[in-house]
Design a protein around this ligand. Structure first.
Ligand SMILES: [Zn+2]
Length: 313
C-alpha cells in the first residue's frame, strides 16, 4: 500500500465589499485617527458600530465619537503569529471596551508576554503610519496607564469618505485525498484512470471516494476505465476566467469514461465549440508534464447511442 498523499493547498481571492453609511464613517474615521461608534435606541454606544439595533432591529445611524483609550475585557495569547496577522511577534488578542463605548472591539495588543496582560488593564490605540480606511489603520493596542483620552468632538461627517474595501480572503490548509484518491492520482501519473467498484451495486466510481454513497459500503476493487469516453452533457463557457489562458467560448463537459459508472468533468478541444454534442466520443490529450488530461478531443468514432449513457447525465 503506497503512502497516502497530502499536499499544501491555498485558496485565495480578493473580496470587494461596499460600505453602508455607518461602516463608511467608522473606517474613514480610523483613517483620520478618530474612533466612531453608533448609538442605539436605548442609548448604548456600539464600537465597532453596526447598521441595525441588535435589540429592536431598527436602522441606526447616530454616530458618536469615543476615546482611543480603553479597557481589556478579555484576552488570549497568540504564541505563533501567522501570515497576515497584525503583529509578527507573539501578541495578545484582546477585546477592548473603548472609553465611551458599551461594547468591545477585537484587536491585537502588543505586550512583552502573557504575564503582562490581564483583564481590566488599560490600553490605547497605536495608529498605523499609513492609513487607508481599514481596521488595520489601528496597528494594534498598547499598554497605557493614563486617564481616558478626550474625544476630539468629531461630527462623523467626512468630505471624502471611504466607500468600499477589498479584503484579501485566504485559506491555507493541508489536503489529504485519502486512500482511494491517492491510488487514483498515482495511476494518473502513469496516464491511467483507475476507479473503484461498489461490491453491491457494481457501479464504478471515477474518481473514487472510497465508498459507494448509494449503498453506504466501502469500495476497494480497483478498475481501470477509459481512456476514451462519451460526452453526456456539456455547457459553453463565454466568460473568461482570471488567470486562465483559454480563449472563450469553449466547452466544458461531463464525460463518462468507458467502464465508469458516473461522469467526470473535462474541457473539450479540437472541435469548434458549436459542434460539440451529447454522445460525442472523446479521448484525453495530455501535455508534457501534465498531471491530468489538459482536455479531451474527438476520437472520430460514430456518436454513442443515447441508451448507453442516459444514466450517466
Ligand atoms: Zn453501491
Amino acid at each position: 500500500m503506497p503512502a497516502v498523499l497530502k499536499a499544501p493547498l491555498v485558496v485565495e481571492f480578493p473580496f470587494t465589499r461596499s460600505l453602508g453609511p455607518v461602516q463608511s464613517a467608522f473606517l474613514t474615521g480610523l483613517r483620520d485617527r478618530v474612533v466612531l461608534g453608533v448609538r442605539t435606541g436605548d442609548g448604548r454606544t456600539l464600537v465597532p458600530p453596526v447598521e441595525y439595533d441588535p435589540v429592536t432591529a431598527e436602522e441606526i445611524h447616530d454616530l458618536v465619537e469615543v476615546a482611543p483609550t480603553g479597557t481589556v475585557t478579555t484576552w488570549a495569547w497568540n504564541h505563533h503569529p501567522r501570515r497576515g496577522q497584525p503583529l509578527s511577534a507573539p501578541f495578545a488578542w484582546v477585546l477592548v471596551r473603548l472609553d465611551g463605548a458599551d461594547t468591545a472591539l477585537l484587536h491585537a495588543l502588543d505586550a512583552p508576554g502573557p504575564d503582562t496582560v490581564h483583564t481590566g488593564m488599560r490600553v490605547r490605540v497605536r495608529w498605523a503610519e499609513d492609513r487607508a480606511g481599514a481596521i488595520t489603520d489601528i496597528a494594534c493596542f498598547e499598554p497605557y496607564d493614563g486617564d481616558a483620552a478626550e474625544p476630539t468632538g468629531h461630527s462623523g461627517e467626512f468630505g471624502d469618505p471611504v466607500t468600499g474595501i477589498v479584503a484579501a480572503a485566504r485559506l491555507d490548509y493541508t489536503y489529504s485525498p485519502g486512500r482511494a484518491q491517492t491510488a487514483y492520482i498515482n495511476a494518473l501519473s502513469e496516464r491511467r484512470n483507475v476507479g473503484e467498484r461498489c461490491p453491491s451495486c457494481r457501479k464504478v466510481y471515477v474518481p473514487p471516494r472510497g465508498a459507494c454513497p448509494t449503498c453506504g459500503l466501502a469500495t476497494s476493487e480497483q478498475v481501470e476505465v477509459g481512456p476514451a469516453g462519451t460526452v453526456t452533457t456539456f455547457c459553453i463557457v463565454n466568460i473568461k476566467a482570471k488567470n486562465l489562458d483559454i480563449e472563450v467560448p469553449y466547452v466544458y463537459a461531463h464525460i463518462a469514461l468507458d467502464g465508469a459508472g458516473l461522469a467526470l468533468h473535462g474541457r473539450i478541444g479540437g472541435i469548434p465549440y458549436d459542434q460539440v454534442r451529447m454522445g460525442l466520443r472523446v479521448e484525453p490529450v495530455w501535455t508534457e508534464g501534465g498531471r491530468y488530461p489538459d482536455h479531451y478531443r474527438p476520437t472520430g468514432e460514430p456518436d454513442a447511442d443515447y441508451e448507453t449513457y442516459k444514466e450517466l447525465l
